[in-house]
Design a protein around this ligand. Structure first.
Ligand SMILES: [Zn+2]
Length: 366
Protein backbone atom coordinates (compact mmCIF):
# COMPACT_ATOMS: atom_id res chain seq x y z
CA UNK A 1 0.00 0.00 0.00
CA UNK A 2 1.31 3.43 -0.86
CA UNK A 3 -0.11 6.39 1.01
CA UNK A 4 0.00 10.00 -0.04
CA UNK A 5 1.75 12.54 2.20
CA UNK A 6 -0.45 15.30 3.54
CA UNK A 7 0.13 18.46 5.51
CA UNK A 8 -0.62 16.54 8.72
CA UNK A 9 1.43 13.52 7.71
CA UNK A 10 4.60 14.76 5.98
CA UNK A 11 7.28 12.31 4.89
CA UNK A 12 10.04 11.80 7.47
CA UNK A 13 13.35 9.96 7.54
CA UNK A 14 15.47 8.39 10.26
CA UNK A 15 17.80 11.15 11.47
CA UNK A 16 21.43 10.38 10.52
CA UNK A 17 22.45 11.02 14.16
CA UNK A 18 20.54 7.94 15.33
CA UNK A 19 22.67 4.96 16.32
CA UNK A 20 21.59 1.67 17.85
CA UNK A 21 23.49 -0.95 19.81
CA UNK A 22 23.22 -3.63 22.48
CA UNK A 23 24.63 -3.35 25.97
CA UNK A 24 23.78 -4.95 29.33
CA UNK A 25 20.89 -6.97 27.89
CA UNK A 26 19.11 -4.00 26.33
CA UNK A 27 18.82 -2.48 22.89
CA UNK A 28 19.90 1.17 23.08
CA UNK A 29 18.11 3.50 20.68
CA UNK A 30 19.71 6.86 19.94
CA UNK A 31 23.02 8.41 20.85
CA UNK A 32 24.17 11.01 23.34
CA UNK A 33 21.64 12.39 25.81
CA UNK A 34 18.61 10.99 23.91
CA UNK A 35 19.94 7.41 24.12
CA UNK A 36 17.42 5.15 25.83
CA UNK A 37 17.28 1.43 26.62
CA UNK A 38 14.63 -0.91 25.22
CA UNK A 39 14.42 -3.96 27.47
CA UNK A 40 11.43 -5.68 25.81
CA UNK A 41 13.01 -8.17 23.40
CA UNK A 42 9.81 -8.54 21.35
CA UNK A 43 10.23 -4.94 20.24
CA UNK A 44 13.83 -5.21 19.05
CA UNK A 45 13.39 -6.68 15.60
CA UNK A 46 10.32 -4.65 14.54
CA UNK A 47 12.02 -1.51 15.88
CA UNK A 48 15.17 -2.11 13.87
CA UNK A 49 13.17 -3.00 10.76
CA UNK A 50 11.01 0.10 11.11
CA UNK A 51 14.09 2.30 11.63
CA UNK A 52 15.56 0.81 8.43
CA UNK A 53 12.24 1.45 6.65
CA UNK A 54 12.75 5.17 7.42
CA UNK A 55 15.99 5.29 5.43
CA UNK A 56 13.63 6.43 2.69
CA UNK A 57 11.07 9.18 3.31
CA UNK A 58 7.90 7.66 4.78
CA UNK A 59 4.64 9.07 5.99
CA UNK A 60 3.21 7.92 9.31
CA UNK A 61 0.47 6.03 7.42
CA UNK A 62 3.10 4.19 5.37
CA UNK A 63 5.08 3.33 8.50
CA UNK A 64 1.96 2.08 10.25
CA UNK A 65 1.09 -0.16 7.34
CA UNK A 66 4.64 -1.56 7.30
CA UNK A 67 4.47 -2.14 11.07
CA UNK A 68 1.10 -3.85 10.97
CA UNK A 69 2.54 -6.43 8.56
CA UNK A 70 5.56 -6.90 10.85
CA UNK A 71 3.60 -7.19 14.08
CA UNK A 72 0.82 -9.38 12.61
CA UNK A 73 -2.07 -7.35 13.99
CA UNK A 74 -0.50 -7.00 17.46
CA UNK A 75 -1.67 -3.39 17.73
CA UNK A 76 -0.13 -2.58 21.09
CA UNK A 77 3.29 -3.82 19.98
CA UNK A 78 3.07 -1.82 16.75
CA UNK A 79 2.13 1.29 18.73
CA UNK A 80 4.96 0.78 21.22
CA UNK A 81 7.50 0.50 18.39
CA UNK A 82 6.14 3.59 16.64
CA UNK A 83 6.22 5.56 19.91
CA UNK A 84 9.86 4.64 20.50
CA UNK A 85 10.85 6.20 17.19
CA UNK A 86 8.50 9.17 17.59
CA UNK A 87 9.94 10.16 20.98
CA UNK A 88 13.44 11.57 21.15
CA UNK A 89 13.52 13.35 17.77
CA UNK A 90 14.68 10.23 15.95
CA UNK A 91 12.59 11.05 12.86
CA UNK A 92 13.14 14.31 11.02
CA UNK A 93 11.63 16.08 8.03
CA UNK A 94 12.72 14.52 4.75
CA UNK A 95 14.05 17.94 3.71
CA UNK A 96 15.91 18.80 6.92
CA UNK A 97 19.31 17.44 5.92
CA UNK A 98 21.23 18.12 2.72
CA UNK A 99 24.86 17.02 3.25
CA UNK A 100 26.07 19.55 0.68
CA UNK A 101 24.50 22.55 2.45
CA UNK A 102 27.02 24.63 4.44
CA UNK A 103 24.79 24.57 7.52
CA UNK A 104 23.84 20.88 7.24
CA UNK A 105 25.64 19.65 10.36
CA UNK A 106 24.14 22.48 12.41
CA UNK A 107 20.74 21.57 10.94
CA UNK A 108 21.06 18.12 12.49
CA UNK A 109 21.88 19.74 15.84
CA UNK A 110 18.72 21.87 15.64
CA UNK A 111 16.60 18.83 14.70
CA UNK A 112 18.17 16.94 17.61
CA UNK A 113 16.79 19.72 19.83
CA UNK A 114 13.32 19.17 18.36
CA UNK A 115 13.33 22.32 16.22
CA UNK A 116 12.62 22.77 12.51
CA UNK A 117 16.12 23.38 11.11
CA UNK A 118 14.87 25.39 8.13
CA UNK A 119 13.02 27.81 10.42
CA UNK A 120 16.02 28.10 12.77
CA UNK A 121 18.31 29.01 9.89
CA UNK A 122 15.84 31.60 8.58
CA UNK A 123 15.61 33.20 12.03
CA UNK A 124 19.39 33.35 12.31
CA UNK A 125 19.68 34.92 8.85
CA UNK A 126 17.25 37.67 9.89
CA UNK A 127 19.06 38.42 13.16
CA UNK A 128 21.36 41.33 13.96
CA UNK A 129 23.75 41.09 16.91
CA UNK A 130 25.87 43.90 18.36
CA UNK A 131 29.05 42.71 20.08
CA UNK A 132 30.49 45.10 22.63
CA UNK A 133 34.11 43.96 22.88
CA UNK A 134 36.11 42.05 20.24
CA UNK A 135 38.77 40.50 22.48
CA UNK A 136 39.27 36.94 23.65
CA UNK A 137 35.58 36.22 24.15
CA UNK A 138 33.94 38.68 21.74
CA UNK A 139 36.02 37.59 18.74
CA UNK A 140 35.26 33.89 19.33
CA UNK A 141 31.54 34.54 19.86
CA UNK A 142 31.57 36.62 16.67
CA UNK A 143 33.15 33.93 14.50
CA UNK A 144 30.77 31.31 15.92
CA UNK A 145 27.72 33.44 15.10
CA UNK A 146 29.00 34.50 11.67
CA UNK A 147 29.81 30.96 10.54
CA UNK A 148 26.48 29.71 11.94
CA UNK A 149 24.65 32.07 9.57
CA UNK A 150 23.64 35.02 11.74
CA UNK A 151 22.71 37.70 9.19
CA UNK A 152 24.40 40.79 10.59
CA UNK A 153 27.06 41.52 13.19
CA UNK A 154 28.14 44.91 14.49
CA UNK A 155 31.62 44.76 16.07
CA UNK A 156 32.33 47.49 18.61
CA UNK A 157 35.85 47.92 20.03
CA UNK A 158 38.32 50.81 20.20
CA UNK A 159 41.38 48.62 20.92
CA UNK A 160 44.19 47.68 18.60
CA UNK A 161 45.74 44.21 18.34
CA UNK A 162 48.64 43.67 20.75
CA UNK A 163 51.24 40.91 20.96
CA UNK A 164 49.86 39.75 24.33
CA UNK A 165 46.41 39.15 22.75
CA UNK A 166 47.57 36.30 20.55
CA UNK A 167 47.32 33.57 23.22
CA UNK A 168 43.52 33.64 22.95
CA UNK A 169 42.37 36.02 20.22
CA UNK A 170 43.00 33.43 17.52
CA UNK A 171 41.60 35.33 14.57
CA UNK A 172 44.37 37.94 14.88
CA UNK A 173 47.88 37.24 13.58
CA UNK A 174 51.31 38.76 14.25
CA UNK A 175 50.84 40.75 11.04
CA UNK A 176 47.73 42.42 12.55
CA UNK A 177 49.52 43.93 15.55
CA UNK A 178 48.69 47.63 15.77
CA UNK A 179 45.54 47.37 13.63
CA UNK A 180 42.03 48.04 15.03
CA UNK A 181 40.53 44.81 16.38
CA UNK A 182 37.04 45.55 15.03
CA UNK A 183 38.36 46.00 11.49
CA UNK A 184 40.64 42.96 11.51
CA UNK A 185 37.85 40.83 12.95
CA UNK A 186 35.41 42.08 10.31
CA UNK A 187 37.90 41.09 7.59
CA UNK A 188 38.30 37.60 9.08
CA UNK A 189 34.55 37.03 9.45
CA UNK A 190 33.89 38.05 5.84
CA UNK A 191 36.51 35.53 4.72
CA UNK A 192 34.58 32.82 6.52
CA UNK A 193 31.02 33.73 5.56
CA UNK A 194 30.42 36.35 2.88
CA UNK A 195 26.67 36.11 3.48
CA UNK A 196 27.09 37.63 6.94
CA UNK A 197 26.97 41.44 6.92
CA UNK A 198 29.70 42.70 9.25
CA UNK A 199 29.96 46.30 10.37
CA UNK A 200 33.07 47.28 12.38
CA UNK A 201 32.80 50.26 14.76
CA UNK A 202 36.14 51.43 16.15
CA UNK A 203 34.85 53.23 19.23
CA UNK A 204 34.95 53.08 22.99
CA UNK A 205 32.42 51.12 25.00
CA UNK A 206 32.76 52.17 28.61
CA UNK A 207 30.47 52.76 31.55
CA UNK A 208 28.41 55.90 31.00
CA UNK A 209 29.24 55.90 27.28
CA UNK A 210 26.55 56.97 24.87
CA UNK A 211 25.08 53.75 23.53
CA UNK A 212 22.30 55.56 21.70
CA UNK A 213 24.31 55.70 18.48
CA UNK A 214 24.44 51.92 18.23
CA UNK A 215 22.03 50.26 15.79
CA UNK A 216 18.85 48.56 16.93
CA UNK A 217 19.46 44.84 17.25
CA UNK A 218 18.05 41.51 18.43
CA UNK A 219 20.80 40.89 20.96
CA UNK A 220 23.72 42.67 22.57
CA UNK A 221 26.64 40.46 23.62
CA UNK A 222 28.85 42.24 26.14
CA UNK A 223 32.38 40.96 26.65
CA UNK A 224 34.23 44.24 27.16
CA UNK A 225 35.84 44.46 30.59
CA UNK A 226 35.27 48.16 31.35
CA UNK A 227 34.17 48.47 35.01
CA UNK A 228 30.48 49.34 35.25
CA UNK A 229 29.74 48.65 31.60
CA UNK A 230 27.33 45.83 32.35
CA UNK A 231 25.17 48.18 34.45
CA UNK A 232 25.16 50.80 31.69
CA UNK A 233 24.22 48.28 29.01
CA UNK A 234 21.59 46.70 31.25
CA UNK A 235 19.85 50.04 31.85
CA UNK A 236 20.03 50.90 28.14
CA UNK A 237 18.65 47.53 27.06
CA UNK A 238 15.85 47.45 29.63
CA UNK A 239 14.85 50.97 28.54
CA UNK A 240 14.84 49.96 24.87
CA UNK A 241 13.42 46.45 25.22
CA UNK A 242 16.54 44.88 23.72
CA UNK A 243 17.78 41.47 24.94
CA UNK A 244 21.40 41.27 26.02
CA UNK A 245 23.84 38.83 27.55
CA UNK A 246 27.18 38.98 29.29
CA UNK A 247 30.16 36.68 28.71
CA UNK A 248 33.40 36.93 30.65
CA UNK A 249 35.79 35.11 32.92
CA UNK A 250 36.31 35.58 36.62
CA UNK A 251 39.95 34.56 36.85
CA UNK A 252 39.70 30.77 36.37
CA UNK A 253 35.90 30.64 35.97
CA UNK A 254 34.38 30.82 32.48
CA UNK A 255 31.17 32.83 32.85
CA UNK A 256 28.18 33.39 30.59
CA UNK A 257 24.85 35.06 31.20
CA UNK A 258 22.54 36.17 32.41
CA UNK A 259 20.62 36.36 29.15
CA UNK A 260 18.37 39.32 29.94
CA UNK A 261 15.10 39.63 28.04
CA UNK A 262 13.52 42.85 29.32
CA UNK A 263 10.06 42.32 30.73
CA UNK A 264 10.42 38.54 30.63
CA UNK A 265 13.49 37.67 32.73
CA UNK A 266 15.40 39.20 35.59
CA UNK A 267 17.98 41.87 34.77
CA UNK A 268 21.54 42.57 35.91
CA UNK A 269 20.27 44.76 38.75
CA UNK A 270 17.56 42.44 40.12
CA UNK A 271 20.03 40.81 42.52
CA UNK A 272 23.59 41.72 43.52
CA UNK A 273 25.82 39.56 41.33
CA UNK A 274 29.24 41.03 42.07
CA UNK A 275 30.95 42.45 45.15
CA UNK A 276 31.31 46.23 45.33
CA UNK A 277 32.76 48.97 47.54
CA UNK A 278 31.30 49.46 51.06
CA UNK A 279 28.63 52.15 51.23
CA UNK A 280 29.36 55.18 53.39
CA UNK A 281 32.89 53.99 54.26
CA UNK A 282 35.19 56.45 52.50
CA UNK A 283 38.47 55.11 53.90
CA UNK A 284 37.58 51.46 53.24
CA UNK A 285 36.46 52.39 49.74
CA UNK A 286 39.80 54.11 49.12
CA UNK A 287 41.68 51.02 50.27
CA UNK A 288 39.51 48.74 48.10
CA UNK A 289 40.11 50.97 45.08
CA UNK A 290 43.85 50.88 45.72
CA UNK A 291 43.92 47.09 45.58
CA UNK A 292 41.45 46.60 42.75
CA UNK A 293 43.02 49.37 40.66
CA UNK A 294 46.04 47.17 39.92
CA UNK A 295 43.98 44.14 38.89
CA UNK A 296 45.07 42.32 35.74
CA UNK A 297 43.01 39.32 34.68
CA UNK A 298 44.93 36.05 34.17
CA UNK A 299 43.28 35.66 30.78
CA UNK A 300 43.76 32.19 29.38
CA UNK A 301 42.97 30.79 25.91
CA UNK A 302 40.99 27.70 26.96
CA UNK A 303 38.94 29.64 29.55
CA UNK A 304 38.10 32.26 26.91
CA UNK A 305 37.05 29.48 24.53
CA UNK A 306 34.87 27.85 27.19
CA UNK A 307 33.02 31.07 28.06
CA UNK A 308 32.66 32.14 24.42
CA UNK A 309 31.41 28.77 23.19
CA UNK A 310 28.74 28.45 25.89
CA UNK A 311 27.69 32.08 25.42
CA UNK A 312 27.51 31.62 21.63
CA UNK A 313 25.42 28.46 22.03
CA UNK A 314 22.91 30.32 24.20
CA UNK A 315 22.87 33.24 21.73
CA UNK A 316 22.13 30.81 18.88
CA UNK A 317 19.45 29.06 20.94
CA UNK A 318 17.76 32.35 21.66
CA UNK A 319 18.07 33.84 18.17
CA UNK A 320 17.32 30.60 16.33
CA UNK A 321 14.55 29.43 18.66
CA UNK A 322 15.83 25.93 19.41
CA UNK A 323 16.34 24.38 22.84
CA UNK A 324 16.41 26.56 25.97
CA UNK A 325 19.28 28.94 26.77
CA UNK A 326 21.07 27.75 29.92
CA UNK A 327 21.60 31.36 31.04
CA UNK A 328 17.95 32.48 31.12
CA UNK A 329 17.52 33.90 34.64
CA UNK A 330 20.94 32.51 35.60
CA UNK A 331 24.54 33.67 35.47
CA UNK A 332 26.43 30.48 34.70
CA UNK A 333 30.04 29.55 35.34
CA UNK A 334 32.37 26.62 34.75
CA UNK A 335 35.21 26.38 37.24
CA UNK A 336 38.01 25.43 34.90
CA UNK A 337 40.27 24.07 37.67
CA UNK A 338 37.89 21.40 38.94
CA UNK A 339 35.11 21.40 36.31
CA UNK A 340 32.35 22.43 38.70
CA UNK A 341 29.24 24.00 37.19
CA UNK A 342 28.17 27.13 39.04
CA UNK A 343 25.05 29.27 38.75
CA UNK A 344 23.80 32.52 40.29
CA UNK A 345 20.04 33.05 40.33
CA UNK A 346 19.02 36.17 38.39
CA UNK A 347 15.23 35.72 38.62
CA UNK A 348 13.22 38.90 38.28
CA UNK A 349 12.76 41.08 41.36
CA UNK A 350 9.36 42.81 41.01
CA UNK A 351 10.76 45.78 42.98
CA UNK A 352 13.98 46.13 40.92
CA UNK A 353 14.73 49.83 40.42
CA UNK A 354 15.85 49.18 36.84
CA UNK A 355 13.36 46.71 35.36
CA UNK A 356 10.23 46.74 37.57
CA UNK A 357 8.33 48.75 34.96
CA UNK A 358 9.65 46.81 31.96
CA UNK A 359 7.00 45.12 29.86
CA UNK A 360 7.68 42.40 27.33
CA UNK A 361 8.42 44.41 24.20
CA UNK A 362 9.22 41.48 21.98
CA UNK A 363 10.32 37.92 22.10
CA UNK A 364 12.77 36.57 19.57
CA UNK A 365 14.12 38.27 16.49
CA UNK A 366 12.82 41.43 14.89
ZN1 LIG B 1 15.89 44.04 37.31
Amino acid sequence: MHSVSTRDDPPRVLAPYVRVGFQDGALFLGFGSIRRPVHDRTLWEPLLRLAGHFHEPRTRAEARSFLDDLCEADTSRAEAVMRLLDDGNHLISAHAYDPADRYSRHSLFYELSGADAVQVQLRLARARVVLLGCGGIGSLVAVTLATAGVGELVLVDADHVELSNLTRQFLFTEADIGLPKAEVLARELQRRNRDCRVLPAVRDVGAGEDLEGLPDCDLFVVSADSPGLTGTVNAYCVRNGTPWMNACYVNDIAVWGPLVIPGATGCWDCRPLTAGAPEGEAELSRLVAGINGRYQAPSNGPVNMLASSLAALDALRYLGGFGTPASLNRRMGVWSHDLMLDGQDTERDPDCSTCAAAVPVREGVR
